[in-house]
Ligand binder design. Sequence first.
Ligand code: UDP
Length: 264
Amino acid sequence: MDFLKPRLLPMNRRRTIYEGKGKILYEGPEPGTLIQRFKDDATAFNAKKHEIIEGKGVLNNRISEYLFQNLNDIGVPTHFIRRLNMREQLIREVEIIPLEVVVRNIAAGSLATRLGIEEGTQLPRSIIEFYYKNDALNDPLVSEEHITAFGWAAPQEIDDIMALAIRVNDFLTGLFLGVGIRLVDFKIECGRLWEGETMRIVVADEISPDSCRLWDTKSNDKMDKDRFRRDMGGLIEAYTEVARRLGVMQEGETARAGAPKLVK
Ligand code: UDP
């Protein structure tokens, strides 16, 4: 009954719901769905630094698909439904909670700077932080007090978000360790998914080397967006290696345009 499946509209006839720095959201083929498209844009420092890195969107789409599918499979709810093509995935429409939820296992980045801890120091336990998603304010660090006082999320929702974040961290830490990668820290976003009268919090957005710090366990080489932030080069090579280790790219497959092996 293939002809009964909703068809995807051609790109130029789709309604854009939202365009961000790295992704575009289009109206989906059915109510309650959206199409999430991964662009090749790399941005850092609140978009003050911007480059196009050919193939990055393809890699993030694949890696994020793999991680979200695994989370779905172990019962961690996410917005992910399925990948549609090289750059796009079908997702459930959720109401995004305006917080960046960061989980840290090892000191790096802004935590290392803010608290004067040497990068690479193992933290006494995993730490969860919240940042208020607001570009004009540079995504400031906020506490649960701010979140509840300003109504960004209810206390019960914060509990749910923290429980989700810990499950994601435990799962991803093990998954990456199995392929020789240390999960230093990562960011997730959460959304409210309405199913009739009931609402639950699910993991949304993406999980990719753009939103994680990933260090090779042996060499400590960075395999994430810090290569772009810190002008180290080799970003595509590093993301390709993450994809290869996770088993989501075949040997010889490349994410760059014109590569003969990429048919889908
Ligand atoms: N992160 C992200 N988006 C942001 C800010 C941070 O995905 O807008 C991720 C980042 O890749 C890292 C973690 O969250 O894995 C912690 O980032 P940190 O607070 O150290 O910020 P940064 O050093 O990137 O400014």
